[in-house]
Design a binder for this molecule. Structure first.
Ligand SMILES: NC(=O)c1ccc[n+]([C@@H]2O[C@H](COP(=O)([O-])OP(=O)(O)OC[C@H]3O[C@@H](n4cnc5c(N)ncnc54)[C@H](OP(=O)(O)O)[C@@H]3O)[C@@H](O)[C@H]2O)c1
Length: 272
């Protein structure tokens, strides 16, 4: 299936590493030019070189913090100017989880940290969409994909879960506002996903439990374990990227305002 992405221009936030990097890479493999965005210049430039060498596409590293309207407006405009338009925005610019002082019992929540978490993930995505939409409207073709997370569906995390829920709401509202201009907006809920940080996390847990990292993973992903899923293993960032690339494609017109869960089949609840 030709996804129709050759010659399209994309911007992916949070793409120096992790899920954002995997998505930027797959978009470039499908023939898109990609502006990659993060706060830290050195890893961002290293990723740009790696993706450009592998795909032969134009990869533009742009430093910005999604909590800054000025910086977001500047990098979105810069990407559109350098590429000659902008078709795709992926919002993945946020650390996973939420601040340590905003995710525990309510008595321990520090307001500033909670607000910062929302400022990065929810308002960050809103800022990027607000900056990108005028460019997409001109072309009457656009795709926005928000990377949220399944802790939206599991009560317990006052910051990480709540901000993920808010991103689903943003997705539907934007889909209704942008649909008449040929723009679709969707949301992906990854579960725990293998990224660069996974080996370190598995090693720490393995040391704690005094077992091998592979054994930690085997136990955690058994279907009857609290973290388990149907496929019995952790989903890889590349597998989130395949889904994102489909949603970004010219074949995905039928899907907008939706939430797609990509956990390898975690949990037993039936959503209908
Ligand atoms: N990995 C998982 O298991 C998992 C599961 C569910 C949901 N998610 C969600 O997926 C998204 C990405 O997670 P990830 O695991 O890929 O994270 P990650 O590996 O830590 O990567 C985060 C990326 O975002 C950038 N970033 C962080 N804060 C930023 C800011 N204020 N402005 C611009 N860029 C920023 C980082 O670079 P700089 O630090 O240099 O800015 C980095 O490029 C998050 O929203 C997370 O909640 C992840």
């Amino acid at each position: 299936m030709d996804l129709g992405l050759r010659g399209k221009h994309a911007i992916v936030t949070g793409s120096s590493l992790g899920i954002g990097k995997a998505i930027a890479w797959e978009l470039a493999r499908e023939g898109a030019n990609v502006a990659i965005v993060a706060r830290t210049k050195a890893p961002l430039e290293a990723t740009a070189r790696e993706l450009a060498a592998d795909t032969g596409q134009r990869i533009l590293p742009l430093v910005a913090d999604v909590t800054s309207k000025v910086q977001v407006d500047a990098v979105v405009d810069q990407a559109a100017a350098q590429f000659g338009g902008l078709h795709i925005l992926v919002n993945s610019g946020s650390p996973p989880g939420g601040s340590a002082t905003a995710t525990g019992p309510i008595e321990t929540v520090v307001d500033e940290d909670l607000l910062h978490d929302f400022n990065v993930k929810y308002v960050g995505a809103l800022r990027c969409a607000r900056a990108a939409l005028p460019h997409m409207k001109v072309q009457r073709w656009g795709r926005i994909i928000n990377i949220s997370g399944t802790n939206a569906r599991n009560a317990g995390n006052l910051s990480g879960g709540a901000r993920n829920t808010s991103l689903v709401h943003l997705t539907k509202t934007l889909a209704l506002q942008a649909g008449p201009f040929g723009i679709t907006v969707n949301c992906i809920h990854p579960g725990i996903t293998r990224t660069e940080r996974t080996p370190r996390l598995l090693a720490a847990r393995a040391a704690e439990l005094r077992i091998a990292p592979e054994e930690v993973e085997r136990r955690d992903y058994a279907e009857d374990s609290p973290r388990g899923n149907a496929i019995g293993r952790m989903v890889d960032a590349a597998e989130i990227a395949y889904l994102a690339v489909f949603l970004a494609s010219d074949k995905a017109w039928a899907v907008t305002g939706e939430l797609v869960v990509a956990t390898g089949g975690a949990g037993r609840a039936v959503y209908y």
